[in-house]
Design a protein around this ligand. Structure first.
Ligand SMILES: Cc1cc2nc3c(=O)[nH]c(=O)nc-3n(C[C@H](O)[C@H](O)[C@H](O)COP(=O)(O)O)c2cc1C
Length: 446
């Protein structure tokens, strides 16, 4: 069955969503709103909701640019997911936490706690921090270099997973008559001493019903993909087209096998922005209405940041400049934008209107059946194991997806009609990681 995640973002994924007349502009801080959309995603039988995070604003680090977006309003994600765990029972809850500026004991403890409270429904999106300005909030003068971030990330995951195995599953005997709360032989101190961390343990949280939180990643660099092949169980990706996705999927599964893991032990999930209409034209029209809400100053500033060139002196309706310099901007993203602008002869305005709403992710627009066709095509041609669904405005476009697209997928027999598992691992078909100290292996199938 296809896996489906819902990419939570208060107002919706379109950059101008907060200006839509039907959207609550302060949705990013409303618990009632998050409860509503998460319960809708659970009604749609999604595997999980995913809450991305950064400890500073994503995108250009300039309040003069943020003033036109909602990026400056973002709640701490684990606190939010804790509240959502209390009002849901089957849907998985995934959040980002950075390995670059946080400490593994603290992160392991937060995720283990949430995994206990939700009875095994949690995943951790391990990132090395996209926003360089996070450094400035953690007493660093500048962003840690890329290779060092990934070296630290690998050790960080190892420490967190070690801490999650502090206790064997039957360690807590809680024998009132003997006055013995736990069996000391079943407690395992981590005693980790590595290059970046020194952590004794134990964690004061036992393993949850799914053993450990699911490890998710979204790095796209060579270092990121190697770490994913060794340790990730879910990989979020950015992809524009089917052929590139098929190649990527085959490469990632082969890398995973080379690391001695089953290719099925990692689920590849590209993001897709979905725009549902009663006809293709209606979907297009809905999208155009939102596009018109992107303030030109915002569009130009964001695109300048992405391609690494100040575009503010170019006319909005003149050709998109394609002679951009080699800068620190994300190279593959910049190149694909420049190629697209050349190929389709786009103006500056048309370019930012194409790029910003989905930030490089593919867009499926059309009737529910046209959207389901594309999803089925990607899924059946081994381009992915499922999708991370992004909807332009919330709650409206999630309701449309759940009410109209999910039944299409179900009719085609490629998406569940009910939850079969209780934990995130059971629903995603991921095995329970064995506690190395515990003799009786359990699997998701049991
Ligand atoms: C779908 C998706 C979600 C992501 N979520 C986050 C996030 O929440 N926080 C973050 O700092 N980076 C996020 N990233 C970025 C990466 O995970 C990664 O840290 C970044 O791309 C730098 O690593 P790389 O050089 O290996 O790509 C996300 C990327 C994708 C594709």
């Amino acid at each position: 069955m296809m896996k489906l995640g819902f990419f939570l973002y208060g107002t919706g994924h379109h950059i101008a969503s907060w200006r839509d007349p039907g959207v609550m502009p302060n949705a990013n801080q409303s618990l009632k709103h998050y409860i509503n959309i998460t319960q809708t995603a659970e009604r749609g039988l999604f595997d999980f909701v995913f809450n991305a995070d950064s400890n500073s604003t994503f995108g250009p680090d300039d309040p003069d640019i943020w003033k036109r977006t909602t990026v400056s309003m973002r709640l701490e994600p684990l606190t939010l997911l804790g509240a959502l765990a209390a009002v849901t029972s089957r849907i998985g809850l995934i959040s980002t936490a950075t390995t670059t500026y946080l400490d593994p004991f603290h992160v392991a403890r937060m995720f283990a706690t949430l995994d206990q409270l939700s009875e095994g429904r949690v995943g951790w999106n391990v990132v090395t921090s996209s926003a360089a300005s996070e450094a400035l909030n953690f007493s660093h003068a500048a962003h840690v270099p890329h290779d060092q971030r990934y070296e630290r990330a690998a050790e960080f995951i190892q420490v967190a997973q070690g801490l999650w195995d502090s206790w064997e599953d039957d360690a807590h005997v809680m024998d009132k008559a003997k006055g013995l709360f736990f069996e000391p032989a079943k407690l395992h101190m981590l005693e980790h001493k590595g290059k970046h961390f020194s952590v004794r343990g134990p964690l004061m949280v036992p393993r949850s019903p799914q053993g450990q939180p699911v490890i998710v990643q979204a790095g796209q660099s060579e270092a990121g993909l190697e770490l994913a092949a060794r340790t990730a169980e879910v990989l979020f990706t950015v992809s524009q087209n089917l052929e590139a996705s098929k190649k990527f999927y085959a490469d990632l599964k082969a890398r995973t096998a080379r690391c001695g893991r089953s290719p099925d032990s990692i689920k590849v999930m590209p993001g897709v922005l979905t725009v549902v209409g009663s006809s293709r034209d209606e979907a297009k029209e809905k999208f155009e209405q939102l596009q018109a809400l992107i303030h030109p100053e915002l569009g130009v500033a964001m695109l300048s940041d992405i391609v690494g060139l100040d575009l503010s002196k170019y006319p909005l309706d003149g050709p998109m400049p394609t002679e951009v310099e080699n800068t620190t901007a994300i190279r593959s993203f910049r190149d694909s934008i420049v190629d697209m602008a050349k190929r389709d002869k786009l103006t500056l305005r048309q370019t930012y209107q194409r790029v910003l709403p989905s930030m490089g992710h593919v867009v499926f627009k059309g009737t529910p059946s046209q959207i389901a066709d594309q999803m089925e095509d990607w899924y059946k041609s081994n381009a992915c194991d499922g999708f991370n669904i992004m909807t332009p405005v919330l709650p409206r476009s999630l309701n449309e997806f759940v009410d109209l697209v999910i039944p299409e997928l179900q009719r085609r027999g490629i998406f569940r009609k009910e939850y079969t598992g209780k934990t995130l691992r059971e629903n995603m078909g991921l095995p329970i990681p064995q506690n190395p100290y515990f003799s009786t292996a359990r699997t998701a199938a049991e």
